[in-house]
Structure formats: structure tokens, C-alpha cells
Design a binder for this molecule. Structure first.
Ligand code: ADP
Ligand code: ASP
Ligand code: MG
Length: 422
């Protein structure tokens, strides 16, 4: 008998029939004697629908007053889900009670639409569990100090679940989704992608931060910080499969390199189309220039990712960097109005049709030639590399977005990820 947290994503909660299935699965675990906390997402498409309604009324704007209302609105999808799931569980003859984030409470800061969890009060939940109830808590939402509802960023129910699991010291946090685990790359893009039986926490962190949206990055950070055992698995298996079989399926996020782990040099390939490139040409090559440019960008709270500065010619150089596409227009305006005049150039170029493709693997630490193999396979496909960035366990390239799928497939093949596990 142990305490488990189950998280069910949007597709898993996508209809009353799917919710009934979730209820039957959870009831099976509860009847086996486990204490169960369930964290569901909104029904699939619901968060997009809600946020779309707001856009019909007013264009998005970054004022706290507007973002506060987006959270008030966007959080309601999860409230529908917990109510329905609780009703479905009760219909299965299981005692269940649902809570919104503020009722627990799950306390966050007040960064609307991307709030961070500060603390979770576990008293009410524990009392219910001890009384034999299944506790259902909204994903994605919390409450700030002023009592305002906040949300944790898109995909944030993963983080709610892991944070609840950490607070309750759960035996494991099981993330049920529409794929049966973490794959070498997005199986929707590369059908040959292969499920990993386990993946190290560090690799998962890189993959999530580089674009693999199977887990929200903050959920992985949380799991790492509080050492929460975490597994990604399918909610589309028959609900009545034996618990033992279910509990060992999917992909386990591991904190140690155990003998069973796949020993591939590259474990996975991540990609994203969320960034845009900005280039300033003819910048004077002298001390303080990078600070001049990036200091202004950071001052406007815009995050910069890949940076590249060319060698100088006649005392002038080109300086490029990437930002999130949502920040692109603001970055261009800022550079034009505040930075270019002091640099003595007016040559500013931008490109929103780029993507970043990354190879990830802890094996890269102990192997040389991995990056050059990546560059060779892209060259063989005639794909031009615009920018490169590396860390100990990843290499990323920025390329034209029209080559994204071609690049991901070529790299998947080149690093033998298509092959079945040894
Ligand atoms: P949920 O609604 O359950 O939270 P998400 O859509 O957020 O589900 O995440 C699951 C999706 O993540 C899959 O359908 C898959 O297309 C995508 N995905 C991206 N990269 C990977 C990967 N490396 N392994 C598995 N799934 C991935
Ligand atoms: N419903 C939220 C979203 O669509 C949170 C989640 O699904 O994890 O982003
Ligand atoms: Mg998700």
C-alpha cells in the first residue's frame, strides 16, 4: 500500500467516455489499497478554446490586469475536469472529493500565465486520504498571496502533479498521456521513433527545455529538485490491466545511470519552432558591444537563447541571437529605437522562419566527434546551419524551418535511433 499521484492529460480526459475510463483505472488502484491523488488537465482543446474567446474580445496584451483575467478564464477548464472525474469516481462506488488549486491551497507567485509554485499545504489532502477518499486536484492552477487565481504556463498540469507528489512524498508520480512513454523523438514527426524504457533526469530536462513537449520543463525541474520518481505512460491501455503490468510500463525518469539504461551516445532528438532570429550587421567590434545589445534586451525581460558573433572585418562585425517568437516584434522595436542609434548602424534583419534541432545524450560527455557527425549528416541533406550551441550533453543547430522534419529524420537515422533496443 502506497501513495500515488496520477496525472491525466487533455486527450485522456477528452470525453465523458474517456473520463469514465480514467475513473475505472483510478478506482482499480484505490481498491488495491493505495492512497490516490489525481491531477487532471482540462478536456483536450478546452484551454485553447477559452483563450481563443478572450482574443475575440480583445487582442492579447501583456498588462497584469489582462493576464490576471486570462488566468481566471483559462483555469476553468481544469475545474470542469475535476468535478466530472469526481462524479465518475463516485459512480464507480469510490469516495472522491475534488479541489481547485486555491482550496488546497497551491500557493504561487503572481506571475500570471506563468506562475511558479511556492508551496503546497498538504493537510486537507492528507485528512481526506486518511478518511479513505480519492483526492482530485486541478492541474495548471494555483493562487497567489492576494487570493488571485494563477496558471502555471501551457502544459502546466505536469508541474502541478509533480509538485503535489513532492509535497505528499508520493511513492511515484505517474503521468498518463496519449503516447506510451518518452520516445527518441516526437513519434508524430518520426514514425520510426522508439520508446525509451528509461531516460535520465538530466536528459529529460534537456529534451523538455529544447522542445519535447511531452513533459513541461518545470515538472522535470521539480522532479529533480525533490527527487520525485516519475513515469510517463499511456492512458489508452485497457483500464483493467493488472496494476503490476501497468506500473512497470512506459518510461521511467531515472536519477542514476543503471545498467538497464540504453547506452546510446545520443538518446533523443528535440526540436522547436518557437524561436526567431535577429541579426544586427556592421556592429563596431569593441568591448561592451554584446552588453550594449543584450543588456537592453534583458532589461526588457526578453530571454535570449542562441548567440553568435562573427569575426570582425575592418573593425565591424555581425551579431545574431534568437528570442521566443512571441518576443520577436518587441525585440525588433527595442533594437530599432534604443540600441541601433548608439551602434552607428541601421542594418537590422529578422527571421521568424527558423527552427532549432538538438541532439541530447549523457553519452556525449564521454564521446568525441558527436557534433561533427551531426554536422555531416545535415550537410549530406544539403541543410545549411545558421547557428550552433552546445553544452555537455547536447548540441543544437538553428536551421531554416522548412528543413525541420528532414533534419530530425536524418539525425534519427544517423545516430541509430531507428534501431530496436539491443
Ligand atoms: P497531455 O495532454 O497528456 O499532457 P501532451 O500533448 O502535452 O499530452 O504530450 C504528449 C505529446 O507529446 C505526444 O502526443 C507527442 O506528440 C508529443 N511528444 C513530443 N516529443 C515527444 C517525445 N520525445 N516522446 C513522446 N512524445 C513526444
Ligand atoms: N490545460 C492546460 C494547457 O492546455 C494545462 C495542461 O494541459 O497541462 O496548457
Ligand atoms: Mg502536456
Amino acid at each position: 500500500m502506497a501513495l500515488f499521484v496520477h496525472k491525466y492529460g487533455g486527450t485522456s480526459m477528452g470525453s465523458t467516455e474517456r473520463i469514465r475510463n480514467v475513473a475505472k483505472r483510478v478506482a482499480k488502484w484505490a481498491r488495491a489499497g493505495h492512497q490516490m491523488v489525481v491531477v487532471p488537465s482540462a478536456m483536450s482543446g478546452e484551454t485553447n478554446r477559452l483563450l481563443g474567446l478572450a482574443k475575440e474580445l480583445a487582442p492579447a496584451n501583456p498588462s497584469p490586469a489582462y493576464l490576471r483575467e486570462l488566468d481566471m478564464l483559462g483555469s476553468t477548464g481544469e475545474q470542469v475536469s475535476v468535478g466530472l472525474l469526481s462524479i465518475a469516481l463516485q459512480a464507480e462506488g469510490v469516495q472522491a472529493v475534488s479541489y481547485a488549486g486555491w482550496q488546497v491551497p497551491i500557493r504561487t507567485n503572481n506571475a500570471y500565465t506563468k506562475a511558479r509554485i511556492d508551496s503546497i499545504d498538504d493537510r486537507k489532502v492528507r485528512a481526506d486520504l486518511d478518511a479513505g477518499k480519492v483526492v482530485i486536484i486541478t492541474g495548471f492552477q494555483g493562487v497567489d498571496e492576494g487570493g488571485n487565481i494563477t496558471t502555471l504556463g501551457r502544459g502546466g498540469s505536469d508541474t502541478s502533479a509533480v509538485a503535489v507528489a513532492a509535497a505528499l512524498k508520493a511513492a511515484e508520480c505517474l503521468i498518463y498521456t496519449d503516447v506510451d512513454g518518452v520516445y527518441t523523438t516526437d513519434p508524430r514527426v518520426v514514425p520510426e521513433a522508439r520508446r525509451l524504457r528509461s531516460v535520465s533526469f538530466e536528459e529529460m530536462l534537456e529534451m523538455a527545455s529544447l522542445g519535447s513537449k511531452v513533459l513541461q520543463i518545470r515538472s522535470v525541474e521539480f522532479a529533480g529538485k525533490y527527487k520525485v520518481p516519475m513515469r510517463v505512460l499511456s492512458s489508452f491501455t485497457p483500464w483493467d490491466i493488472p496494476i503490476g503490468e501497468e506500473a512497470s510500463s512506459g518510461t521511467l525518469i531515472t536519477f542514476e545511470e543503471d545498467e538497464q539504461m540504453e547506452k546510446a551516445v545520443v538518446s533523443g532528438i528535440a526540436f522547436n519552432r518557437d524561436e526567431a532570429k535577429v541579426s544586427i550587421l556592421g556592429v563596431p567590434d569593441k568591448p561592451g558591444i554584446a552588453y550594449n545589445i543584450l543588456g537592453a534586451v534583458a532589461g526588457a525581460n526578453i530571454e535570449v537563447d542562441v548567440i553568435i558573433q562573427n569575426i570582425s572585418k575592418d573593425g565591424r562585425t555581425d551579431f545574431s541571437f534568437t528570442v521566443h517568437r512571441n518576443d520577436y516584434a518587441r525585440t525588433m522595436d527595442l533594437l530599432k529605437s534604443q540600441v541601433l542609434p548608439s551602434l552607428g548602424t541601421d542594418q537590422l534583419e529578422g527571421d521568424t522562419r527558423i527552427c532549432k534541432v538538438s541532439i541530447v545524450g549523457i553519452g556525449m560527455r564521454s564521446h568525441v566527434g558527436v557534433a561533427s557527425k551531426m554536422f555531416r549528416s545535415l550537410a549530406e541533406e544539403g541543410i545549411n546551419i545558421q547557428m550552433i550551441s552546445t553544452s555537455e550533453i547536447k548540441t543544437s543547430v538553428v536551421i531554416d524551418e522548412k528543413y525541420m522534419e528532414l533534419a530530425v529524420r536524418a539525425l534519427h537515422r544517423a545516430f541509430d535511433l531507428d534501431a530496436p533496443p539491443a
